[in-house]
Ligand binder design. Structure first.
Ligand code: CA
Ligand code: CA
Length: 280
């Protein structure tokens, strides 16, 4: 470490001498290589020098320079990044500390395919960013060497990316290969709402391990609207039908019958509706 501190110190002192010259050729706009801040096609102590100067405010950071040279992903070009470039330029190994996956836990249907991707390798110039993909149960879902996932039957499976260079570095998601919806029911068969207020529908799906997503529509949005989450809002006295349809391919529907009592002094500001569940 002392060795690198000496290098940094000497590079910094050199910076004050060299900085009298123009660095107009710093063009990181199309940097082909992480850490190559001057776009010379390789990374060396000159890049480290520029990065140090940028870190102390001698040059303004740009989106491109941060993308190119924020090697430790802390949001700025700093001395750590410059040190990494120096290490790399003298042939020292750069280990992989971290990376991210393009998705978290998710649920899909049997037969659906997804693509997993490892990215944001930290540091960006780690020597080996290769990962191996592994499925905990290939009968449920498999993942190939490119992160392409195929599903075969319902169940839960852990899909992991293991760093080839650092076997302790593993990122995983839980993939649920969901069953198709057999039925969906609403909690209440009738509800009374004050005009303008909202009602969040409580739905019960069977079996439990399904993808609980539905699309919603209203037959008359001037009377009642329904949002993407199935939350109904009464607008004015009248009647409308709210229809929910499952989106897992089974196209089951729930259709609450949205109607209003005859307007009276007591009830004119209230809406009520009853539910009629119809299984498609
Ligand atoms: Ca360079
Ligand atoms: Ca940084």
């Amino acid at each position: 470490m002392k060795h690198f501190k000496r290098i940094i110190a000497s590079v910094l002192s050199a910076a004050f001498i060299i900085s009298v010259f123009s660095f107009g050729f710093i063009t990181a706009s199309a940097a082909p290589l992480f850490g190559d801040i001057n776009s010379s096609g390789d990374i060396n102590s000159t890049d480290a020098l520029y990065m140090l100067q940028m870190s102390v405010g001698m040059y303004e950071e740009t989106e491109e320079s941060i993308y190119c040279c924020d090697l430790d992903l802390n949001g700025k070009v700093n001395s750590t990044d410059a040190l990494l470039v120096l290490q790399k330029s003298v042939g020292l190994s750069i280990g992989l500390k971290d990376f991210s996956l393009n998705m978290g836990d998710t649920a899909i249907l049997p037969g659906e395919e997804i693509h997993l991707n490892a990215y944001d390798f930290n540091p960006r110039i780690a020597d080996n960013t290769e990962v191996e993909w592994v499925s905990s149960d290939a009968d449920i879902a498999s993942v190939d060497e490119n992160g392409n996932v195929q599903t075969f039957k319902t169940g839960k499976v852990t899909l992991s990316a293991k760093s080839v260079a650092n076997e302790k570095l593993v990122k995983s998601i839980t993939l649920t290969v969901a069953q198709l919806i057999n039925s969906v029911k609403v909690e209440k068969t009738s509800v009374t709402l004050a005009q303008g207020s909202k009602y969040a529908q409580k739905l019960t799906f069977s079996p439990v391990d399904v993808i609980k997503t539905m699309s919603w529509s209203s037959s008359d949005c001037s009377v009642a609207t329904v949002d993407a989450n199935g939350v109904i809002q009464g607008r004015k006295i009248g009647s409308a039908t709210i229809t929910g349809t499952t989106t897992d391919g089974t196209k089951k529907t729930v259709m609450p019958d949205w109607s209003l009592p005859k307007p009276t002094a007591m009830a004119s500001s209230q809406l009520s509706f009853s539910w009629l569940t119809r299984m498609g």
